[in-house]
Write a protein of this length. Structure first.
Length: 148
């Protein structure tokens, strides 16, 4: 069995522009938070709809260790999107992904306002997780889990 927990990565923006660097950091943190929120919803579905389905069984169906499933469910690790899809299948749920085109100004309008007010230092993301490098450009992923 292989584990594919998303270990916190150091996110190094690929620009010298402080505004663009802040945007990349915020986007990475938002993507990570979206995956965490989705996992918590999948975990809730597992407990409510399949209360006898153990972490060990879910792990076996996913091909990972029970400890990794536990780390995901206790928010000690954030899974990649592909891992979330495998988790959903393991609990009998279909995961749908939808992309919506957005502009950075729309998604982070409040943060741009903060940045414009201070101009010398980018604001820290409000999301209290370590950003990773899984930004999706100008697309904001929207996830939904549907019971099968």
């Amino acid at each position: 069995m292989t584990d594919d927990a998303d270990v916190p990565e150091v996110h190094a923006p690929d620009t010298d522009d402080p505004r663009e660097a802040a945007l990349q950091t915020w986007a990475a943190a938002a993507d990570r938070q979206a995956r965490t929120d989705l996992l918590l919803e999948l975990y809730r579905l597992r407990r409510e709809r399949r209360p006898r389905l153990t972490q060990a069984t879910v792990a076996e169906r996913m091909g990972i260790s029970q400890a990794t499933v536990s780390a995901f469910e206790s928010r000690k690790a954030v899974p990649r999107l592909a891992t979330l899809q495998r988790y959903a299948r393991a609990i009998g749920v279909r995961l749908q992904v939808q992309l919506d085109v957005i502009s950075p100004e729309e998604e982070f309008a409040d943060k741009f306002a903060e940045l414009s007010a201070t101009e010398d230092a980018p604001a820290e993301p409000d999301i209290h997780t370590t950003p990773d490098s899984t930004t999706v450009g100008s697309f904001k992923p929207r996830f939904s889990a549907m019971a099968s």
